[in-house]
Ligand binder design. Structure first.
Ligand code: GLA
Length: 391
């Protein structure tokens, strides 16, 4: 990957070619990786999540009319739209994240102005590291600064999630946008998706977080994600009849679930069981990562992956090959799925001194098993979205 100054120079040169002159405002928003808590967010549960040092930048200059001109350096594509009539784009679907955020902000009554903007991202696309949320959050951060909207990170995240739900049409939870907007450099977040709050449990300094990308592409707009969500909601609705006060699976204990097993169809039971167990694993892993309790990290990550495979059924063969490669690599403390599953990236906890050897082993073993060249890279906890100061 290029250095920051190379990246700045590249964006600056492309901006001058596209629009003439210089950007006056630069913003960034990070991607994220979930360390524990698959699909718990839309059940109002917990997630242990980390903003990563893979970011989406927008370099921009305000306009005095109501046009937004937006271009992506990665995709070599761009479009213009007017803020008075925001429609979806079929020709450049990536601009729908920008359009959607503008639309939702205006629908909420915020007064926006036009801009010329250039996007550049180091978050891999369609890999489960939230490149979409990073673009949404970068867009909202840009409007927040340009137009003085006064949005705090949580409100900003909620509006970006709404843009994704209502304009893009993906019924995601709050995890991705919240992490990107509210992250803190050097910290993991223990996110409470019901109360939209977080704490920052310490991560032991010897533990490196390593992403292992299966390079098997996943698409969240398929039917699997909404189906899982509907199954969880149906479980909660059935259980609420037996246990008053249950609103979501967050409110249900394993004992309650098992006592009501006959009320649920087997698939729905297994989905609910995974979520309830995964929620507890989030809380347990937060403790284990701060004390570097290796047996506990190994057990929790193994249980999470087994549940994702057998109960939640979001594991594809490429993920099985990758987990096998990760589990026998040097320095590994634990390994599991990440993101929504169905391919994309996975995450490992690795002894800091072993990251390079870990990567070499995983790449070779995964390629031998699948014929696919996976990518492996360590990530650090990055700051949440904000203004970038460029030299
Ligand atoms: C995607 C969604 C998130 C979350 C995860 C699974 O990243 O966008 O809201 O549901 O999947 O944990």
């Amino acid at each position: 990957m290029e250095t920051v100054s190379e990246r700045v120079a590249q964006v600056r040169a492309a901006f001058a070619t596209l629009y003439g002159g210089e950007p006056t405002l630069w913003v960034q928003a990070p991607g994220r990786v979930d360390l524990m808590g698959s699909h718990t967010d839309y059940n109002e549960g917990y997630v242990l999540t980390m903003p990563i040092d893979r970011t989406t930048w927008i370099a921009a200059r305000p306009r005095d009319d109501r046009q937004v001109r937006i271009h992506s350096l990665n995709l070599a594509s761009g479009e213009s739209f007017g803020l008075d009539d925001i429609q979806r784009s079929e020709a450049a679907p990536w601009t729908n994240y920008v359009r959607g955020v503008a639309k939702v902000l205006q629908d909420e009554g915020y007064a926006l102005c036009g801009f010329d903007g250039l996007v550049h991202s180091t978050v891999p696309f369609s890999s489960g590291l939230s490149s979409s949320a990073a673009l949404e959050v970068a867009t909202a951060t840009l409007f927040n600064e340009l137009c003085g909207l006064g949005l705090d990170p949580v409100r900003l995240a909620v509006l970006c999630q709404r843009a994704e739900n209502t304009f893009v049409g993906v019924n995601c939870g709050i995890l991705d946008q919240y992490t990107s907007a509210a992250g803190r450099a050097g910290h993991v977040l223990l996110l409470d998706c019901r109360h939209l709050t977080h704490t920052v449990p310490p991560l032991h300094p010897d533990i490196a977080i390593v992403i292992c990308d299966t390079r098997y592409k996943r698409a969240l707009t398929g039917s699997e994600y909404p189906q899982r969500r509907a199954q969880c909601e149906s479980a909660a609705a059935t259980l609420a009849q037996r246990y008053p006060g249950v609103r979501t699976l967050r409110d249900v204990t394993l004992e309650q679930l098992d006592a009501a097993r006959t009320l649920l169809d087997d698939t729905v039971y297994r989905r609910a069981r995974f979520i309830i167990q995964e929620n507890q694993r989030v809380l347990d892993l937060a403790g284990a990562l701060s004390t570097k309790d290796v047996p506990c990290i190994a057990a929790l990550t193994a249980e999470s992956f087994a549940g994702a495979r057998d109960l939640y059924e979001i594991v594809v063969p490429q993920m099985e090959a990758m987990i096998a490669a990760m589990r026998c690599a040097p320095g590994v403390l634990g390994a599991r799925q990440a993101g929504a599953g169905f391919g994309g990236c996975m995450v490992a906890f690795v002894e800091r001194g072993c990251v390079e050897r870990f990567g070499e082993h995983v790449r070779a073993a995964y390629q031998a098993a699948t014929g696919i060249e996976g990518t492996v890279f360590a990530v650090e906890a990055a700051p949440g979205a904000g203004v970038l100061t460029v030299g």
